[in-house]
Design a protein around this ligand. Structure first.
Ligand SMILES: Nc1ncnc2c1ncn2[C@@H]1O[C@H](COP(=O)(O)OP(=O)(O)OP(=O)(O)O)[C@@H](O)[C@H]1O
Ligand SMILES: [Mg+2]
Length: 262
């Protein structure tokens, strides 16, 4: 089962990345490259990051003896909201065209998650309260872990701020270790980024996330009630939001609040 997963990821991954070495030479600059090695020309560099990401993902399977247990641990580590545990895409009821469209967007992302992971496609959900944004992201994250073993980490911005604050009074915990844990997550879900007024510390932290993740080609999913303009103007910096916006798939949610349905 594990070998089958490795073979599938390797095959699909190489197809997504495309040819980079042909007959011992870099397809971009023509320089000689040893088998399995890297060319460091400018064009090859972007692809090299994808190759490293794929190798890292596959190498993890070398330490695994039980795929089911590994998947289970990854899901626990993801910290999805408990209320969506055990839910699937089928639980999202589609009564409107918008719901149908948005469900398709997230389903497609999950289906093509390896490609989106390697290409670092961000995901942005904005819209009204109680529209299933968190639900869909949690369900999709769960599905991606099960199907591809790509680690997804979920965090609500309020909880993140609290988690960091707690480390200030605990000499056994470090704020930077908490931050690093999220910053480097293969797929990071930042939920409710506008539910609290961010402190200058959080504004800087979000910039750090957006910059690190863009530089290292890591996808980030963000979830908010305000428009992207407001997120740039009133909550974070334009530099932060535009980094998430670049190379992203976006969906708008304008339905009624599901929590208030009679
Ligand atoms: N289309 C839907 N089908 C089934 N359940 C739904 C649907 N939309 C929302 N819900 C349910 O409504 C509740 C609120 O959903 P969720 O927390 O995902 O909303 P949200 O868009 O993230 O809201 P907020 O912006 O307030 O965080 C959840 O219990 C969710 O399961
Ligand atoms: Mg939500």
């Amino acid at each position: 089962m594990i070998q089958q997963r490795i073979d599938e990821l390797a095959k699909l991954g190489s197809k997504i990345i495309g040819p980079r070495i042909s007959e011992g030479h870099c397809v971009f600059c023509g320089n000689e490259v040893e088998k399995g090695g890297y060319c460091y020309c400018k064009k090859a560099e972007k692809i090299n990051t994808q190759v490293r990401k794929l190798r890292k993902l596959i190498n993890k399977y070398g330490y695994i003896t039980d795929l089911k247990e590994y998947t289970h641990e990854q899901i626990i580590e993801a910290h999805f909201p408990k209320k969506f545990a055990g839910m699937g895409f089928d639980d999202y009821i589609t009564e409107t065209d918008e719901q149908k469209y948005n469900l398709q967007i997230i389903k497609n992302y999950a289906k093509n998650a390896l490609e989106h992971y390697l290409h670092a496609t961000n995901l942005i959900f904005v819209g009204h309260f109680g529209n299933g944004k968190t639900m869909l992201m949690s369900v999709a994250g769960d599905e991606i872990i099960r199907k591809f073993g790509i680690q997804v980490k979920y965090v609500n911005i309020y909880d993140l701020a609290e988690e960091i604050k707690k480390t200030f009074n605990d000499k056994n915990k470090s704020a930077s270790a908490v931050i690093e844990g999220y910053k480097k997550a293969p797929i990071l879900i930042l939920d409710d980024i506008d539910k609290v007024n961010p402190s200058p510390f959080m504004i800087d932290l979000m910039y750090g996330f957006s910059n690190y993740r863009a530089e290292n080609q890591l996808p980030t999913w963000i979830n908010a009630n305000h428009s992207l303009e407001d997120l740039s103007d009133k909550f974070y910096q334009e530099g932060t939001i535009s980094r998430f916006f670049e190379n992203s798939i976006k969906a708008k949610f304008t339905g009624i609040n599901w929590r208030l349905r009679g």
